[in-house]
Write a protein that binds this ligand. Structure first.
Ligand code: ATR
Length: 278
């Protein structure tokens, strides 16, 4: 480890990970809150996950963020997981507790909620929400969305069986239903969240334009330098707002920082700095 062992060590692990903005975000949080820490990127191939994670903590590491493709696999290496990580079936934050136990948590859901509620002033109570996609990204945010008591959370997916499976798992938490993309025509929504990985390949699910009204907030969990295909589509169809997931990225990081350091950073200046840099 080529780091300053006197300073608390954190990292984001992924494969690849060189694109990650987490070191930038956490260094700004640390500066702002006067916390002494180092945060770096660690590229770990799947077959080296156990060895590298064990070594990071054996060498004194305090915490990790976990990104693709390790969010599910890392659970097997942890003694304990929070209820929200268990619901999500994925861990994006590992905390080394004072007794040395590694605790897995998931801050993606609260990150999305904080962006929607605090930054975008979107109250989800009694709202009709459409979630596009039924993979890991969708699963991670369903429970916190249902906690907000929406009127309905409809999960639409290319492979309907995956959406139906999520409904079976989460229906005890609130009004959740599944649909195919064909089923959702003429059903306007207050909030549409794109949790498919289609944006990453520059693709868009086959969406009927009738799901968007001038009151609809369209949110893409993906983010990029320019509009994603989904945010461009949303603007073309007259959505109230079309937002990329930069705010969720910063908010989930802020929650991880809070879990590690016990201090809550101010996310707004960090989000502005990130948008300027992107
Ligand atoms: P992640 O962890 O990013 O959610 P995932 O678990 O592989 O990744 O899930 C990807 C999601 O994006 C799925 O809902 C997938 O739909 P299928 O379940 O039908 O595969 C969806 N997806 C990916 N590419 C898509 C495309 N071009 N059109 C529509 N949906 C797409």
């Amino acid at each position: 480890m080529t780091s300053n062992a006197a300073v608390d060590q954190y990292a984001v692990i992924g494969f690849p990970v060189k694109h990650s903005r987490s070191p930038f975000i956490h260094s700004l949080f640390a500066q702002q809150t006067h916390q002494q820490l180092e945060y770096r990127r660690l590229e770990i191939a799947p077959e080296q996950l156990e060895e590298q994670v064990t070594r990071f903590f054996a060498e004194g590491g305090k915490g990790l963020n976990v990104t693709v493709p390790h969010k599910q696999a890392v659970i097997n290496l942890l003694k304990r997981c929070s209820p929200r990580a268990t619901f999500a079936g994925a861990v994006n934050t590992i905390i080394k507790l004072p007794d040395g136990t590694l605790l897995g948590d998931n801050t993606d859901g609260i990150g999305l909620l904080n962006d929607l509620r605090q930054n975008l002033h979107c109250d989800l109570r009694s709202k009709r929400i459409l979630m596009l996609g039924a993979g890991g990204a969708a699963r991670g945010v369903i429970a916190p969305l249902l906690e907000q008591a929406p009127k309905e959370l409809l999960i639409a997916n290319r492979t309907i069986e995956r959406a139906t499976q999520l409904v079976i798992e989460f229906k005890h938490l609130g009004p959740i239903k599944s649909a195919s993309f064909d089923d959702i025509a003429n059903m306007p929504f207050d909030l549409i969240i794109n949790a498919t990985s289609a944006s990453l390949q520059g693709e868009l699910p086959p969406l009927p334009s009738s799901i968007v009204t001038p009151h609809t907030l369209c949110y893409d969990m993906a983010y990029g330098k320019d509009d994603t295909v989904f945010t461009r589509w949303a603007k073309q169809h007259g959505a109230l707002q079309a937002v990329q997931g930069w705010g969720m990225l910063v908010e989930q990081a802020a929650e991880s920082f809070f879990l590690w350091r016990g201090v809550r950073p101010n996310t707004q200046p960090v989000l502005q700095a990130l948008l300027k840099q992107s």
